[in-house]
Design a protein around this ligand. Sequence first.
Ligand code: OAD
Length: 252
Amino acid sequence: MSFEDVQIPDAMLEVMRTARSIVVMTGAGVSAESGIPTFRDALEGLWAKYDPEDLATPAAFRDDPARVTRWYDERRLRVTSCRPNPGHDALARLEAIVVERGSSFTLLTQNVDRLHQAAGSRHVVELHGSLLEWRCTKTGEQRTYLDPTPFESYPPPSEHGGLLRPGVVWFGESLPAEAVRAADAAVSACDVFMSIGTSSVVYPAAEYLYQARENSAWTIEVNLDPTPASHFVNWCIAGKSGEVLPVLVAAL
Ligand code: OAD
Protein backbone atom coordinates (compact mmCIF):
# COMPACT_ATOMS: atom_id res chain seq x y z
CA MET A 1 0.00 0.00 0.00
CA SER A 2 1.45 3.33 -1.02
CA PHE A 3 0.90 6.48 1.00
CA GLU A 4 -1.46 7.74 -1.70
CA ASP A 5 -3.68 4.70 -1.10
CA VAL A 6 -4.29 5.36 2.57
CA GLN A 7 -7.90 6.59 2.97
CA ILE A 8 -8.59 8.31 6.29
CA PRO A 9 -12.27 9.24 6.77
CA ASP A 10 -12.77 13.01 7.35
CA ALA A 11 -15.31 12.33 10.11
CA MET A 12 -12.73 10.24 11.95
CA LEU A 13 -10.12 12.98 11.65
CA GLU A 14 -12.61 15.53 13.01
CA VAL A 15 -13.34 13.30 16.01
CA MET A 16 -9.62 12.95 16.69
CA ARG A 17 -9.03 16.71 16.31
CA THR A 18 -11.65 17.54 18.95
CA ALA A 19 -11.08 14.59 21.33
CA ARG A 20 -10.48 15.53 24.98
CA SER A 21 -8.85 12.22 25.80
CA ILE A 22 -7.35 9.64 23.44
CA VAL A 23 -6.31 6.10 24.39
CA VAL A 24 -4.30 4.05 21.92
CA MET A 25 -3.74 0.33 22.46
CA THR A 26 -1.04 -1.39 20.44
CA GLY A 27 -0.04 -4.97 19.75
CA ALA A 28 2.76 -6.83 18.01
CA GLY A 29 1.63 -5.62 14.57
CA VAL A 30 3.02 -2.16 15.37
CA SER A 31 6.50 -3.65 15.87
CA ALA A 32 6.34 -6.01 12.86
CA GLU A 33 7.88 -3.37 10.56
CA SER A 34 10.78 -3.07 12.99
CA GLY A 35 11.60 -6.73 12.34
CA ILE A 36 10.02 -8.15 15.50
CA PRO A 37 7.82 -11.20 14.81
CA THR A 38 4.18 -11.09 15.82
CA PHE A 39 2.55 -13.99 17.64
CA ARG A 40 -0.35 -15.18 15.50
CA ASP A 41 0.54 -14.30 11.95
CA ALA A 42 0.23 -17.53 10.01
CA LEU A 43 3.80 -18.19 8.88
CA GLU A 44 6.34 -16.28 10.92
CA GLY A 45 4.26 -15.72 14.06
CA LEU A 46 5.99 -16.89 17.24
CA TRP A 47 3.07 -19.11 18.21
CA ALA A 48 3.23 -20.72 14.76
CA LYS A 49 6.73 -21.94 15.61
CA TYR A 50 6.59 -22.43 19.36
CA ASP A 51 3.90 -23.66 21.74
CA PRO A 52 3.18 -20.84 24.21
CA GLU A 53 2.37 -23.50 26.82
CA ASP A 54 6.03 -24.58 26.63
CA LEU A 55 7.48 -21.10 26.97
CA ALA A 56 5.06 -18.45 28.21
CA THR A 57 3.58 -19.91 31.41
CA PRO A 58 4.77 -20.21 35.04
CA ALA A 59 4.62 -24.01 34.68
CA ALA A 60 6.94 -23.90 31.66
CA PHE A 61 9.45 -21.86 33.69
CA ARG A 62 9.17 -24.20 36.66
CA ASP A 63 9.63 -27.32 34.49
CA ASP A 64 12.47 -26.01 32.30
CA PRO A 65 13.82 -22.61 33.44
CA ALA A 66 16.88 -22.93 31.19
CA ARG A 67 14.79 -23.30 28.02
CA VAL A 68 12.37 -20.52 28.94
CA THR A 69 15.03 -17.99 29.98
CA ARG A 70 17.20 -18.77 26.93
CA TRP A 71 14.20 -18.14 24.62
CA TYR A 72 13.28 -14.87 26.31
CA ASP A 73 16.90 -13.72 26.38
CA GLU A 74 17.14 -14.41 22.62
CA ARG A 75 14.04 -12.21 22.14
CA ARG A 76 15.57 -9.55 24.44
CA LEU A 77 18.78 -9.51 22.38
CA ARG A 78 16.79 -9.26 19.13
CA VAL A 79 14.80 -6.33 20.47
CA THR A 80 17.92 -4.44 21.56
CA SER A 81 19.02 -4.41 17.90
CA CYS A 82 15.64 -3.22 16.55
CA ARG A 83 14.62 0.39 16.00
CA PRO A 84 11.24 2.14 16.05
CA ASN A 85 9.47 2.25 12.67
CA PRO A 86 7.34 5.08 11.18
CA GLY A 87 4.31 3.70 13.05
CA HIS A 88 6.01 4.17 16.42
CA ASP A 89 7.24 7.61 15.38
CA ALA A 90 3.74 8.65 14.30
CA LEU A 91 2.26 7.61 17.65
CA ALA A 92 4.90 9.67 19.47
CA ARG A 93 3.94 12.65 17.27
CA LEU A 94 0.25 12.02 17.93
CA GLU A 95 0.89 12.12 21.69
CA ALA A 96 2.76 15.42 21.32
CA ILE A 97 -0.06 16.99 19.25
CA VAL A 98 -2.77 15.85 21.68
CA VAL A 99 -0.89 16.90 24.83
CA GLU A 100 0.13 20.21 23.24
CA ARG A 101 -3.53 21.14 22.70
CA GLY A 102 -4.34 20.36 26.34
CA SER A 103 -6.02 16.99 25.82
CA SER A 104 -4.88 13.76 27.46
CA PHE A 105 -3.18 10.82 25.76
CA THR A 106 -2.41 7.33 27.02
CA LEU A 107 -0.65 4.59 25.08
CA LEU A 108 -1.50 1.12 26.36
CA THR A 109 0.83 -1.42 24.82
CA GLN A 110 0.81 -5.22 24.89
CA ASN A 111 4.29 -5.09 23.40
CA VAL A 112 7.33 -5.85 25.53
CA ASP A 113 9.98 -4.33 23.25
CA ARG A 114 10.06 -0.70 24.56
CA LEU A 115 10.09 0.63 20.98
CA HIS A 116 7.31 3.13 21.80
CA GLN A 117 9.53 4.68 24.46
CA ALA A 118 12.51 4.59 22.05
CA ALA A 119 10.38 6.56 19.55
CA GLY A 120 9.65 9.22 22.18
CA SER A 121 6.24 8.16 23.49
CA ARG A 122 6.06 9.15 27.16
CA HIS A 123 2.60 8.20 28.42
CA VAL A 124 3.12 4.47 27.93
CA VAL A 125 1.46 1.75 30.02
CA GLU A 126 3.11 -1.67 29.56
CA LEU A 127 0.25 -4.11 30.05
CA HIS A 128 2.44 -7.20 29.55
CA GLY A 129 5.72 -5.97 31.07
CA SER A 130 9.01 -5.76 29.17
CA LEU A 131 11.67 -8.13 27.79
CA LEU A 132 14.30 -5.72 29.12
CA GLU A 133 13.17 -6.11 32.73
CA TRP A 134 14.21 -9.27 34.61
CA ARG A 135 13.38 -10.02 38.25
CA CYS A 136 14.68 -12.27 41.01
CA THR A 137 12.42 -15.22 41.82
CA LYS A 138 13.47 -14.95 45.48
CA THR A 139 13.22 -11.22 46.26
CA GLY A 140 11.19 -9.88 43.34
CA GLU A 141 13.89 -7.26 42.77
CA GLN A 142 13.58 -6.12 39.15
CA ARG A 143 16.34 -4.59 36.99
CA THR A 144 16.68 -3.42 33.40
CA TYR A 145 19.07 -5.37 31.15
CA LEU A 146 19.89 -3.18 28.14
CA ASP A 147 23.33 -4.68 27.50
CA PRO A 148 23.12 -6.51 24.11
CA THR A 149 25.07 -9.51 25.41
CA PRO A 150 23.52 -12.84 26.38
CA PHE A 151 23.32 -13.92 30.01
CA GLU A 152 26.31 -16.11 30.89
CA SER A 153 24.18 -19.12 31.80
CA TYR A 154 20.54 -20.25 31.70
CA PRO A 155 18.65 -19.89 33.90
CA PRO A 156 20.63 -16.78 34.95
CA PRO A 157 21.25 -16.77 38.72
CA SER A 158 20.18 -13.72 40.72
CA GLU A 159 22.42 -12.05 43.31
CA HIS A 160 20.19 -13.33 46.07
CA GLY A 161 20.46 -17.06 45.44
CA GLY A 162 17.35 -17.20 43.27
CA LEU A 163 16.90 -17.18 39.51
CA LEU A 164 16.23 -14.29 37.12
CA ARG A 165 12.95 -14.52 35.18
CA PRO A 166 11.79 -12.18 32.40
CA GLY A 167 9.61 -9.27 33.57
CA VAL A 168 6.85 -10.16 31.12
CA VAL A 169 3.32 -11.37 31.89
CA TRP A 170 2.91 -15.10 31.26
CA PHE A 171 -0.38 -16.77 30.42
CA GLY A 172 -2.24 -17.38 33.66
CA GLU A 173 -0.56 -14.43 35.42
CA SER A 174 -2.22 -11.15 36.36
CA LEU A 175 -1.30 -7.92 34.62
CA PRO A 176 0.83 -5.56 36.73
CA ALA A 177 -1.52 -3.87 39.22
CA GLU A 178 -0.20 -0.37 38.46
CA ALA A 179 -0.70 -0.93 34.71
CA VAL A 180 -4.28 -2.08 35.28
CA ARG A 181 -5.01 0.95 37.45
CA ALA A 182 -3.62 3.33 34.83
CA ALA A 183 -5.40 1.56 31.97
CA ASP A 184 -8.75 1.47 33.77
CA ALA A 185 -8.53 5.19 34.56
CA ALA A 186 -7.56 6.13 31.00
CA VAL A 187 -10.16 3.93 29.30
CA SER A 188 -13.01 5.10 31.53
CA ALA A 189 -12.21 8.75 30.70
CA CYS A 190 -11.43 8.54 26.99
CA ASP A 191 -13.63 9.78 24.17
CA VAL A 192 -11.51 8.13 21.46
CA PHE A 193 -10.02 4.62 21.67
CA MET A 194 -7.69 3.34 18.93
CA SER A 195 -6.71 -0.32 18.63
CA ILE A 196 -3.62 -0.75 16.44
CA GLY A 197 -1.74 -3.86 15.32
CA THR A 198 -3.41 -6.36 17.61
CA SER A 199 -5.49 -9.47 16.92
CA SER A 200 -7.73 -8.46 19.85
CA VAL A 201 -7.96 -12.02 21.18
CA VAL A 202 -5.92 -11.87 24.40
CA TYR A 203 -7.78 -10.79 27.53
CA PRO A 204 -7.96 -8.73 29.65
CA ALA A 205 -6.17 -6.35 27.21
CA ALA A 206 -8.70 -7.04 24.45
CA GLU A 207 -11.54 -5.98 26.76
CA TYR A 208 -10.48 -2.34 26.88
CA LEU A 209 -11.88 -1.50 23.44
CA TYR A 210 -15.32 -2.79 24.43
CA GLN A 211 -15.18 -0.93 27.74
CA ALA A 212 -14.38 2.28 25.89
CA ARG A 213 -17.27 1.62 23.50
CA GLU A 214 -19.57 1.02 26.48
CA ASN A 215 -18.50 4.45 27.74
CA SER A 216 -19.60 5.96 24.40
CA ALA A 217 -16.06 6.55 23.16
CA TRP A 218 -15.45 6.63 19.43
CA THR A 219 -13.53 3.47 18.47
CA ILE A 220 -10.98 3.05 15.68
CA GLU A 221 -9.05 -0.01 14.54
CA VAL A 222 -5.92 0.08 12.38
CA ASN A 223 -4.82 -3.46 11.57
CA LEU A 224 -3.46 -5.50 8.67
CA ASP A 225 -6.15 -8.19 8.98
CA PRO A 226 -9.73 -8.26 10.26
CA THR A 227 -10.12 -9.08 13.97
CA PRO A 228 -13.09 -9.93 16.26
CA ALA A 229 -13.17 -6.22 17.11
CA SER A 230 -13.45 -5.06 13.49
CA HIS A 231 -17.25 -5.29 13.52
CA PHE A 232 -17.58 -3.22 16.68
CA VAL A 233 -15.52 -0.15 15.87
CA ASN A 234 -16.73 3.08 14.34
CA TRP A 235 -13.88 3.11 11.80
CA CYS A 236 -11.75 0.17 10.66
CA ILE A 237 -8.67 0.93 8.55
CA ALA A 238 -6.93 -2.07 6.99
CA GLY A 239 -3.24 -1.58 6.43
CA LYS A 240 0.24 -1.50 7.88
CA SER A 241 0.57 0.79 10.88
CA GLY A 242 3.90 2.07 9.53
CA GLU A 243 2.07 3.33 6.44
CA VAL A 244 -1.34 4.33 7.81
CA LEU A 245 -0.31 6.16 11.00
CA PRO A 246 2.07 8.71 9.42
CA VAL A 247 -0.67 9.69 6.93
CA LEU A 248 -3.28 9.82 9.69
CA VAL A 249 -1.19 12.00 12.01
CA ALA A 250 -0.07 14.29 9.19
CA ALA A 251 -3.74 14.90 8.33
CA LEU A 252 -4.73 15.98 11.86
P1 OAD B 1 -0.84 -11.03 17.38
O1 OAD B 1 0.28 -11.67 16.67
O2 OAD B 1 -1.90 -11.87 18.03
O3 OAD B 1 -1.60 -10.05 16.38
C1 OAD B 1 -0.86 -9.13 15.61
C2 OAD B 1 -1.85 -8.39 14.72
O4 OAD B 1 -1.13 -7.39 14.01
C3 OAD B 1 -2.52 -9.29 13.69
O5 OAD B 1 -3.93 -9.09 13.74
C4 OAD B 1 -1.95 -8.81 12.34
O6 OAD B 1 -2.94 -8.81 11.32
C5 OAD B 1 -1.54 -7.40 12.67
N1 OAD B 1 -0.39 -6.91 11.91
C6 OAD B 1 0.70 -7.60 11.49
N2 OAD B 1 1.57 -6.75 10.88
C7 OAD B 1 1.01 -5.50 10.94
C8 OAD B 1 1.41 -4.21 10.52
N3 OAD B 1 2.57 -4.01 9.88
N4 OAD B 1 0.58 -3.17 10.76
C9 OAD B 1 -0.61 -3.34 11.39
N5 OAD B 1 -1.05 -4.55 11.83
C10 OAD B 1 -0.24 -5.60 11.61
O7 OAD B 1 -0.19 -10.04 18.46
P2 OAD B 1 -0.93 -9.32 19.65
O8 OAD B 1 -2.36 -8.99 19.31
O9 OAD B 1 -0.07 -8.22 20.09
O10 OAD B 1 0.89 -11.80 25.19
O11 OAD B 1 -0.94 -10.48 20.78
C11 OAD B 1 -1.46 -10.15 22.07
C12 OAD B 1 -0.68 -10.93 23.09
O12 OAD B 1 -0.65 -12.33 22.75
C13 OAD B 1 0.79 -10.52 23.18
O13 OAD B 1 0.98 -9.39 23.98
C14 OAD B 1 1.38 -11.75 23.83
C15 OAD B 1 0.71 -12.80 22.96
O14 OAD B 1 0.69 -14.06 23.54
C16 OAD B 1 1.64 -12.43 26.12
O15 OAD B 1 2.67 -12.96 25.82
C17 OAD B 1 1.06 -12.39 27.50
